[in-house]
Ligand binder design. Structure first.
Ligand code: NAD
Ligand code: USQ
Length: 390
């Protein structure tokens, strides 16, 4: 039985991933310090979907429903003693690392939140690397990175590495990075550290440069309402398509930032789980650092808004699209062509947005319409440097 340690196992992606690995017969242990729940509490926002109170409650419901056990630790990855203890006791074969502060706006809102993001993400990942090095050197680190590490360069984006010819010589080097927020910068720092640990200590790791995830349900979250994952639509933690779907149901104009030509890679939450599973089942060699670009379809923001409007019409929703002053500093019309063949080569069969938008997104959101707080929707955080408050 494979031992899978899931860091950030209380999160939007971490909790469904934990249930999936458990359902497929692995021995699963999750760690989380509730950073995400605490940040919502501080902002006065909450998940659209009602979620169980804490990890012990979640795992006990899972055990009742599935008959399978997930172990959990409530603790902080920046605490070395805790990380060392978990690795020492559990001895994972695979470490799936989601446990970071994932919001770009959160990282740009104040000096305090920026420093917290980078300290949390970089230090947590360093502790994980040292734990693998010293306690379970053969473990495979599956680390969630982001497509946003590359930014939007005016050339094709490769999967992690690019061959560069310069002054008559050539080498294969990490693809240049142009991160779009101080959160995205933290992911770049992580990638540098993980690559170093593979080159110098001989660790094995896969950096999953994931696009923007959408979706609410997975086969396991559907088993019982108490097993649902969180689903955020507020300006800090909600991501574009999830936000648009909630806005459509609430009767709020869709918040397209700027010209809406910003193009990103997207994938359904079901495919996130499949990608992580495929990666774990196909580990790299000792000392190998791999990068997979993890998304299935690419869309501009404007196109996504049009698709949500059309899907809403099928349910009788009168969806309008607003062009909001862009709170971010980013290209609003640009070339975008990112390679993403490695996960397909391992067997990923994409779930398409066109198959999921009406029933699995808008339909499910309609059930929770009464929980939507419209005040949480408009963007408040800008990239342009308002005075820091903390
Ligand atoms: P999330 O915030 O819901 O999940 C992260 C979890 O990690 C949270 O439950 C949080 O409490 C926990 N955590 C954070 N810091 C921790 C620490 N120091 N110790 C222990 N636990 C800690 O976010 P998510 O959307 O599920 O994203 C998971 C990962 O995937 C993140 O690393 C994120 O950067 C990456 N990612 C997400 C998306 C997306 O669209 N959701 C896209 C690309 C990459
Ligand atoms: N956007 C809008 N309207 C909105 C929200 C966002 O137009 O209401 C635009 C943004 O300006 C941006 C694009 O949509 O151009 C994507 O923004 P987002 O908030 O959906 O995603 P982002 O900030 O990039 O972050 C999210 C996750 C992060 C992950 C990243 C993947 O929060 O954890 O790393 O997606 S990627 O975008 O590929 O870097």
């Amino acid at each position: 039985m494979t031992k899978v340690l899931i860091l950030g196992g209380d999160g939007y992606l971490g909790w469904p991933t934990a249930m999936r690995f458990s359902a497929t017969g692995n021995h699963v242990h999750v760690v989380d310090n509730y950073l995400r729940r605490d940040a919502h509490h501080a902002n006065g926002t909450r998940s659209l979907t009602p979620i169980a109170r804490d990890l012990p409650t979640r795992v006990s419901v899972w055990e009742k429903v599935s008959g399978r056990r997930i172990a959990c630790t409530e603790g902080d990855l920046t605490n070395w003693d805790l990380v060392a203890e978990v690795f020492d006791e559990f001895r994972p074969d695979v470490v799936v690392h989601y446990g970071e502060q994932p919001s770009a706006p959160y990282s740009m809102a104040s000096r305090g939140q920026c420093v917290r993001t980078q300290m949390n993400n970089v230090v947590g990942t360093l502790n994980v690397l040292w734990a693998i090095r010293d306690i379970t050197p053969d473990a495979h680190l599956v680390k969630l990175g982001t497509m946003g590490e590359y930014g939007t360069p005016n050339i094709d984006i490769e999967e992690g590495f690019i061959e560069i010819r310069h002054n008559g010589r050539s080498d294969v080097l990490p693809y240049p990075k142009l991160p779009g927020s101080l959160y995205h910068c933290s992911k770049v720092h992580d990638s540098t550290n993980i690559h170093f640990a593979c080159r110098v200590w001989g660790l094995r790791a896969t950096d999953l440069n994931q696009g923007v995830v959408y979706g609410i349900e997975t086969p396991e979250t559907r088993l019982d309402e108490r097993l649902q994952t969180r689903f955020d639509y507020d300006e800090t933690f909600g991501t574009a398509l999830n936000r648009f779907c909630v806005q459509a149901v609430a009767g709020h104009p869709l918040t397209v930032y700027g010209k809406g030509g910003q193009t990103r890679g997207y994938l359904n939450i079901v495919d996130t789980l499949r990608c992580v599973e495929l990666t774990a089942n196909n580990p790299p060699a000792t000392g190998e650092y791999r990068v997979f670009n993890q998304f299935t379809e690419q869309y501009s923001i404007r196109k996504l808004a049009e698709l949500v409007k059309q899907a809403g019409a099928q349910l009788g929703l009168d969806v309008t699209i607003d062009r909001v002053d862009n709170p971010r500093v980013e290209r609003e019309g640009h070339y975008y062509n990112a390679a993403h063949t490695k996960l397909r080569d391992l067997g990923l069969e994409p779930t398409l947005l066109s198959e999921t938008l009406v029933e699995s997104m808008l339909g499910v959101i309609q059930r929770y319409k009464d929980r939507i707080d419209e005040a949480a929707i408009p963007p408040k955080t800008t990239w342009r440097g308002e005075p820091a408050l903390t």
